[in-house]
Design a protein around this ligand. Structure first.
Ligand SMILES: Cc1ncc(C[n+]2csc(CCOP(=O)(O)OP(=O)(O)O)c2C)c(N)n1
Ligand SMILES: CC(=O)[C@@H](O)[C@H](O)COP(=O)(O)O
Ligand SMILES: [Mg+2]
Length: 629
């Protein structure tokens, strides 16, 4: 049946038994395909019926269906003409998120959470202003995404106009990765378990309907006092208090119930919440039973067992951080940790196991995480905020003014810094050193291997009067690259006399680019070009020793896994100019563009960030007379 579905229209002719069969086929397809490619299996298994019902009740793409975060849009893709998942999240294949390039049914490509309701508010306002009345706006938002502040900013605005229809579908599976935290989660739970209210009404109607004479009037009185009754039997939904119509809780796996609720919402004519209760990983036992995150995001696994196939056995950057944090936690009682709903992905699980009262999961709320950390520091603790580099973008103001202005001793650990690749353009951690580069007093370390990660984390935790940052990429940590000497705070990685006036290139390696830079130096040596490779370790502020070294070379080249604009290369070039040093500087990094999907190595190659390309370019520059940049 699935292969006969080429668009939403093909769904509308299906009978309930055919729909059930289609759901089964979709689940089988997801398990068979996503276990082969990796991806967000759990979230998508949980929205099969919900997505079918949405596409039967609404008329996409005329009606806009917005997916918050978008990691749960595989079923939506299957139903809108995209069923080749063989190259999911790979170059030339389907994106793991909605993509306007792929389909007119896709509207939001940003994979950062909690944005869909703001898009929906804007879209609805635009339609109202333009007098467009035949296009509906639907936003699907997870209970996790609802813990993001933007979602509440949007809800406040959506609720401000009772005549501006927006359909808000809450996909409540009780989880982000782990179980969703906080007051909102408790409220949704109360709503979810408020079956009592509906049952009470049905019981009352039956009982009173059987009671002669007084029965009917009493029932009518009670029903007219429904809201009061609701308060009595069920905690009044804050959504209703906000001014939103609330429909639910609805079984998100019951297509008929979903269609009934969505139809009522569609025709309501104002802002309405449809609260759907679903199960992450539904229909695939290994995912349903996975207590950690219900197979939120998986690599290649055995579909039969759900177990990962043997992969790279090297430790990851994340695991090195995880071990070091657990070790530090035993030594430093003042060190606490904050995660934005990603305890395990950022490596805080061991620390949390050992010190459960010293780790705080704030939900998908990076802005709150940062300023809460400033509060923790003000309270005499040393907080470590562990987030993916790209997600810190949305908390820039908090880093700048709530932390740095107050010279708060907060340490930010940015995982997935640099090119991540397969998770799409919005997931690369490629902006952090430029964004944070302008923050006064903030210091940035970019470890080149596991030993430097442990050392630089310790150095960061020793700073109590300024924010510190460690940033490292996704994937396996490379073999250690020992320094042959240290000049100031700068590690020399090649055994050359840095003071020899015959040196050609000072190659400044930032963080994880060390191995590439050393291979580049070897290739340049074969061409008679003498290269000094250094790792500054702390890349912000610029180490004076680096300026001294720069003045003793014919060319300075910086290689960084960050956008060139405003990165370390730009900062060093500016410092070299400010010092009046006549040495030309070149920066090799990421251009200010959104990177197409690909593996990390594919993208680094595309960008010329390989030893071969760097050696060619530097060889050409050294052999051709240069003017200072
Ligand atoms: C700003 C931001 N922070 C963190 C993430 C990482 N992330 C992706 S999905 C997810 C959990 C989403 O939970 P929910 O919205 O409930 O969707 P579900 O997976 O349960 O369907 C998180 C934390 C993100 N995409 N964006
Ligand atoms: C959707 C989302 O933001 C996360 O699930 C992200 O895809 C995880 O990335 P990693 O797979 O690199 O942990
Ligand atoms: Mg959820």
């Amino acid at each position: 049946m699935l292969s006969d579905i080429h668009g939403p229209d093909d769904l509308r002719r299906l009978s309930p038994p055919e729909l059930d069969r289609l759901c089964g086929e979709i689940r089988s397809f997801l398990v068979q395909s996503v276990t082969r490619t990796g991806g967000h299996l759990g979230p998508n298994l949980g929205v099969v019926e919900l997505t079918l019902a949405l596409h039967r009740v609404f008329d996409s793409p005329r009606d806009g269906i917005l997916w918050d975060t978008g990691h749960q849009a595989y079923v939506h893709k299957l139903l809108t003409g995209r069923q080749d998942f063989s190259r999911l999240r790979k170059s030339g294949g389907l994106s793991g998120y909605p993509s306007r390039e792929e389909s007119p049914h896709d509207l939001i490509e940003n994979s950062h959470a909690s944005t869909a309701l703001s898009y929906a508010d804007g879209l609805a306002r635009a339609y109202q202003l333009r007098g467009v009345t035949d296009r509906r706006v639907v936003a699907v938002v997870g209970d996790g995404a609802l813990t993001g502040g933007m979602a509440w900013e949007a809800l406040n605005n959506i609720a401000s106009a009772q005549d501006r229809p927006v359909v808000i579908v809450i996909n409540d599976n009780g989880r982000s990765y782990a179980r969703t935290i906080g007051g909102l989660a408790r409220h949704l739970d109360r709503l979810r378990t408020s079956r009592g209210y509906e049952d009470f009404l049905r019981w009352g109607k039956h009982l009173l309907g059987e009671t002669p004479v007084v029965g009917r009037p009493v029932y009518d009185l009670l029903h007219s006092a429904k809201r009061g009754l609701r308060d009595l039997v069920m905690p009044e939904g804050m959504f209703v208090d906000l001014g939103l119509k609330y429909l639910g809780p609805v079984d998100g796996h019951d297509i008929a119930a979903m269609e009934s609720a969505l139809t009522a919402a569609r025709d309501f004519g104002g802002p309405v919440v449809v609260h759907c209760v679903t199960r992450k990983g539904r229909g695939y036992r290994p995912a349903e039973d996975d207590e950690r995150d219900c197979f939120h995001g998986i690599g290649v696994i055995d579909p039969e067992t759900g177990r990962g196939v043997p992969g790279d056995s090297r430790p990851s950057w994340t695991s090195v951080f995880a071990d070091e944090m657990a070790r530090v936690g035993a030594e430093r009682a003042d060190v606490v940790a904050i995660t934005a709903a990603m305890l395990h992905p950022v490596g805080l699980q061991p620390f949390a196991d050992a010190h459960p009262d010293r780790v705080f999961d704030v939900g998908i709320a990076e802005q709150h995480a940062v300023t809460c950390a400033a509060g923790l520091a003000a309270g005499g603790l040393h907080p470590v905020v562990a987030v993916y580099a790209t997600f810190l973008n949305r908390a820039f103001d908090q880093v700048l003014l709530d932390v740095a202005l107050h010279r708060a001793g907060v340490t930010f650990v940015l995982d997935r810094a640099g090119v991540t690749g397969d998770d799409g353009p919005s997931h690369n951690g490629m902006w952090d050193m430029s964004v944070l580069g302008v923050v006064p007093g903030l210091r940035i370390a970019a470890p080149r291997d596991g030993t430097r990660l442990r050392a630089e984390l310790g150095e960061a935790l020793a700073v109590s009067d300024a924010p510190t940052v460690l940033r490292y990429p996704k994937g396996p940590v490379p073999e250690d690259t020992p320094a042959v000497a240290r000049v100031g705070g700068v590690d020399l990685l090649t055994p050359v006399d840095p003071l020899d006036p015959g040196n050609d290139v000072l190659l400044v390696s930032v963080g994880a680019m060390a191995q590439i830079c050393l291979e580049t130096a070897r290739r340049l040596a074969d061409r008679g070009v003498r290269t000094t490779v250094v790792d500054p370790r702390w890349v912000k502020p610029i180490d004076p020793a680096l300026l001294d070294l720069a003045g003793r070379h014919a060319l300075v080249a910086v290689v960084e896994d960050n956008v060139r604009h405003g990165g370390i290369g730009a900062a060093l070039s500016q410092a070299v100019q400010d010092e009046g040093l006549p040495v030309p500087c070149r920066t090799f990094g990421i251009p200010s563009t959104f990177l197409d999907v690909g593996s990390r190595s594919q993208i680094l190659s595309r960008l010329g960030l390989t030893a071969e390309a760097l050696a060619d370019e530097l060889g050409r520059l050294v052999l051709r007379p240069l003017t200072a940049s």
